[in-house]
Design a protein around this ligand. Sequence first.
Ligand SMILES: NC(=O)c1ccc[n+]([C@@H]2O[C@H](COP(=O)([O-])OP(=O)(O)OC[C@H]3O[C@@H](n4cnc5c(N)ncnc54)[C@H](OP(=O)(O)O)[C@@H]3O)[C@@H](O)[C@H]2O)c1
Length: 346
Amino acid sequence: MQAIAVSEYGATPALTQLPRPEPGPGEILVKLIAAGLNPLDWKVADGLLKDSLDASFPLILGQDGAGVVEDAGEGVTRLRHGEQVYGSFFGAARGLGTYAEYTLAREDGPVARMPQGMIYTQAAAVPTAGMTALAMVEDARVDTGQTVLVVGATGGVGQAAVQLAARTGAKVIATARSDMAGTMRRLGAAETVDHSKGDLNAQVLAAHSDGIDAVLDMVSDTAATEAVAQMLRPGGTYMSTTWSVNPDSMAAKGLRGVNFEGEPSADLLDRLSDLIDAGELRVVIEREVPLRDAPDALAANRAGFRWRDDPPHPPGRATGPAPSTPLALRSGNRAGGARGKTVVRV
Ligand SMILES: NC(=O)c1ccc[n+]([C@@H]2O[C@H](COP(=O)([O-])OP(=O)(O)OC[C@H]3O[C@@H](n4cnc5c(N)ncnc54)[C@H](OP(=O)(O)O)[C@@H]3O)[C@@H](O)[C@H]2O)c1
């Protein structure tokens, strides 16, 4: 089968021919139709998680995918041949990922039936970002009447977090460049602030001089987090997906600081499916690329979470190391088009 894999940490991801995996007891073989791109995919390739990740090589990249159950191992009862499934399927220990024609998933792992009426490319964009946002918004105890700032709102986790926080009745302030402000409002943001135009705190405090109740942050480093946290009212909550929070420092200021780590599960996916079926959660897809172009898409995401030749992000934000390959996809970018998830068509 064809797959995008790395031969070792730090190697450039490349189109590779690899054997089709065989499902063992409790496993399903998924014929993938689409894979969703997450920043974790290039972080894995770069070896940024090598101390915590047990991986074998060649290592196929990609956690998220959507496809059809093609075969099942002994003892599989929940999912049947031919069912449309989506989920988080990364099997690093066996070198398996979703940028491939086939992968394996444990039936008792984070795999679920696809939302009704959703196409594969949309479903593949949901799992990691959606599960993270759902669990994080709940952990943050976001509630009616609160004011919540979402930093990194236009990304995969952010766009889901905006929608899920807004449906609790909270007032959501979303970071967005000007061309994405309308999209953020349509997803439920009450206000937007443009992180590419000046100081974030000044923009937020201009309309909320008495502070805000919670921050859901998918971008900031430790220094930026400390600065943004100054806007929190006593008792406020700061959730970071980039491990930028110092919980002790937050506690000393009467704040709750959490470095949020998602735990994928079939239950979370089922709940996302229900929200999607009810029309309460949407996914904004920026771009679909064929499997052979996945390495360029990964490089573009690593280069700063954006497709266009925008000005550099403000200092103090975690945007990852410099790109290792040219941003080949830039030439095809739409001026002022929507940003959102990138999906790989397998
Ligand atoms: N801990 C966990 O369990 C967990 C789970 C999922 C993801 N994560 C991590 O969370 C981070 C975000 O993931 P993602 O999937 O949402 O990424 P993504 O889809 O690539 O989106 C990143 C977003 O950040 C925005 N951005 C970049 N710099 C910004 C700034 N200075 N201020 C405000 N927004 C800015 C970008 O918008 P512009 O291009 O317009 O600037 C982009 O929309 C990644 O580091 C990922 O590894 C952690």
